[in-house]
Design a binder for this molecule. Structure first.
Ligand SMILES: [Zn+2]
Length: 434
């Protein structure tokens, strides 16, 4: 089996990788200063000239870029390629305001595909695998992104997209899929629907790999899914503004390798914009070093993570980011305390009596915030005896309060009664902002 897609780059010594990043950064900054009115003005405002970038670390002198910049320049005013050089658009739906448009040249698509070919190889896939891509195809980047990466490594692709879950399960069985790419919440849904159809994913299918992402999920959820479905579940990361899904964990499952020749990664304090100490958590900020149509410098993604710079046991020198722990803007402030929905999931998934689904409801009663967590019990633990339910409720409340340091009310609900999601899960209802 092929272990590396591009060994020369993936095993490059760190010092060499850092030199390459500096060279690419310098070239990018000169190009944008000369040819992009947007970046030229930004750098002038910040009183920075490309000559001021004399080391890789000097990236910190450059101004940040935000999603708002893309919206304000809708649809294509920041693009640095002309329309006849573009070969594709993707558009992300804006939950607030205008959508964002990303354009790709042929070379941009080539780099995107190369990034995923390296990633999928690193987690153990290749020729002979059958990969069911159950991310949305179309304007969303997930489906087509995975699709071309999977084809590039010689795997066979089932472009299933999302929805029609029973048919997805039939395809999975009939075409002998060995891997599936989708959101973690959709894989949960697939597992449950399969059980209802009398299909045991672990025993009745050849599925052994899950490539899961596009929403935050926890390590406990990984363990549960691996045990339940008989697969190894890998985290995948990317965001539409930076192309789409780009990076995954390797077979070691110890963080997501971010290819340093494509992206220069910084972790910063979201409040001050200063870099955090190594290993500390903060906001993920990326500079895409080799993008022709829509280059991004120090793009503030808004995801919370940590970065590991040491050599991975797989032999790859490229830095790793850990599982996304939440969004800067998902962070709930409950009575002055920061709470991430991922912390709630982590605490719940370590309680065996609890099922796989929950919902957080926050409201303001008088001057105080009230946090209610609706929790589905595991089928085995659901009981008709009110006393049992009350005991479990008290135990779950206690565990959540200990984990979050904030008062939590728990409501136990029947297995199967909370909403299921085919795309990204919406597990928070914040009535304070409605
Ligand atoms: Zn690795």
């Amino acid at each position: 089996m092929v272990r590396y897609w591009n060994p020369q780059v993936e095993e490059m010594p760190k010092e060499e990788l850092h030199r390459l990043q500096y060279k690419l950064l310098k070239t990018l900054v000169y190009r944008l200063y000369s040819f992009s009115p947007f970046y030229h003005d930004r750098m002038k405002e910040a009183k920075i000239h490309p000559d001021d970038i004399r080391s890789r670390e000097d990236i910190a002198k450059l101004p940040f870029m935000y999603k708002k910049d893309l919206r304000d320049n809708y649809p294509d005013h920041i693009f640095t390629a002309s329309q006849d050089e573009l070969v594709r658009y993707h558009v992300s739906s804006g939950t607030t305001g205008k959508p964002t448009v990303v354009g790709y040249t042929q070379r941009d698509l080539e780099n995107w595909t190369e990034s995923l070919a390296r990633a999928l190889t690193s987690l153990g896939l290749g020729r002979g695998d059958v990969i069911q891509v159950s991310y949305g195809y179309g304007l969303f980047t997930g489906g087509l992104g995975l699709h071309y990466g999977a084809e590039r490594i010689g795997a066979t692709v089932i472009p299933a997209s999302i929805g029609n879950t029973e048919r997805q399960i039939e395809l999975l069985i009939d075409l002998k899929a060995t891997a599936i790419a989708c959101t973690p919440s959709y894989l949960l849904h697939i597992g449950e629907v399969a059980e209802k159809m009398g299909v045991n994913i672990a025993k009745d299918t050849r599925l052994r790999t899950g490539i899961l992402g596009a929403e935050p999920w926890s390590e406990k959820m990984r363990n549960r899914m691996q045990d339940w479905l008989g697969i190894r579940a890998f985290d995948i990361y990317g965001t539409s503004e930076l192309s789409g899904p780009l990076f995954t964990e390797c077979s070691e499952q110890k963080g997501i390798h971010v290819w340093g020749d494509f992206a220069l990664t910084e972790i910063i304090d979201p409040a001050t914009g200063e870099p955090v100490s190594p290993g500390e958590r903060g906001e993920l900020t990326m500079t895409i070093l080799q993008k022709e149509a829509l280059p991004m410098i120090r793009y503030r993604i808004g995801d919370i993570t940590t970065m590991e710079e040491d050599m991975c046991t797989c032999g790859r020198s490229h830095p790793r980011i850990t599982r996304i722990q939440g969004r800067v803007d998902d962070m709930l402030i409950i009575r002055g305390i920061n709470v991430f929905p991922s912390q709630v999931e982590h605490a719940l998934m370590s309680i065996p009596e609890v099922g796989r689904h929950f919902m957080i409801v926050v409201e303001r009663k008088g001057a105080l915030d009230d946090m209610l967590v609706r929790v589905e019990l595991a089928k085995e633990s659901f009981s008709d005896k009110i006393k049992d339910i009350i005991n479990i409720r008290k135990m779950v409340e206690h565990r959540l309060q200990n984990a979050l340091n904030v008062k939590v009310e728990v409501e136990i609900v029947e297995p199967g009664s909370l909403p299921r999601f085919e795309g990204k899960a919406k597990r928070v209802i914040d009535k304070r902002v409605m």
